[in-house]
Design a binder for this molecule. Structure first.
Ligand SMILES: C[S@@+](CC[C@H](N)C(=O)[O-])C[C@H]1O[C@@H](n2cnc3c(N)ncnc32)[C@H](O)[C@@H]1O
Length: 229
């Protein structure tokens, strides 16, 4: 009986997760392990498998920010097959950029961007780079960096260092949206980043588990740091 209920739950979750793909004729759902993929940088070990952010969760988080999207570039570090890029294009971001180190996933993301037709689309400037997120140059304009638990502490530390350098160089505003934030301490330790929102659990039928998120705002070195409450 319990096994039957579990199967029903897994199948319903899968169906909800695939609804986005059926609606837009794209391929963004499912989990993909990194073992068989082509990754040319030496970071495979710290990378986390591909799994897309559920649609409902993504919009719930983005809408909670209350920002003027058109002021920001959107960057997803570890964009996988690019579902976040497609979803973000419904909001009027200045530009949208996905960074993915596995070649097959980056190619799939580019194909999805080309196939995606949505009458509610508000941003058409979307690019995908096949690269290590640790080497991505953070733009010198207001930027929203999106992370869904993409990699371990080594790459996360490099990203935080890049954010700090960008702020020192004069990037006016950096917002970090960190979904399923397993390396929160690295962000909290930065004198440049302030935790402005933290939700421990977000319920979404399409997600295999309850996950939370944190939002950080980057500014040039702050006097008093405040960890996530
Ligand atoms: C959990 S998935 C998140 C997918 C996507 N961001 C989303 O929310 O739908 C993590 C992704 O990060 C990618 N990744 C891991 N390490 C990376 C790195 N160093 N540089 C770029 N991409 C990386 C993985 O290949 C995988 O596609």
């Amino acid at each position: 009986m319990a096994v039957g209920l579990k199967n029903i739950w897994v199948l319903s979750r899968k169906a909800i997760d695939q609804r986005f793909d059926r609606q837009f004729g794209v391929n963004t759902s499912g989990r993909v392990e990194l073992t068989e993929l082509t990754i040319e940088c030496g970071r495979r070990q710290s990378g986390v498998y591909y799994e897309p952010t559920p649609r409902r969760t993504f919009f719930q988080i983005l809408r909670s920010l209350h920002i003027e999207y058109s002021r920001f570039d959107f960057v997803d570090f570890g964009c996988g097959k690019g579902r976040t890029l497609l979803m973000a294009s419904r909001l009027p971001f200045r530009t949208i950029h996905g960074v993915e180190f596995a070649r097959e996933l980056a190619d799939e993301a580019r194909g999805n961007v080309q196939r995606f037709v949505d009458p509610r689309r508000a941003c058409f400037d979307i690019a995908v780079s096949c690269a290590d997120a640790a080497n991505f140059a953070i733009p010198d304009r207001p930027v929203l960096l999106y992370l869904f638990n993409p990699f371990g502490p080594d790459v996360m530390k490099a990203i935080v260092g890049n954010i700090e350098d960008a702020l020192e160089r004069g990037t006016p505003e950096v917002l970090v949206v960190y979904y399923h934030p397993l390396s929160l301490d690295i962000f909290e330790a930065s004198p440049y980043l302030e935790c402005v929102a933290r939700r421990r659990l977000v319920f979404d039928l399409a997600s295999p588990q309850l996950r939370g998120y944190a939002v950080f705002r980057g500014q040039r070195a702050r006097a008093g740091r405040r960890p996530c409450a």
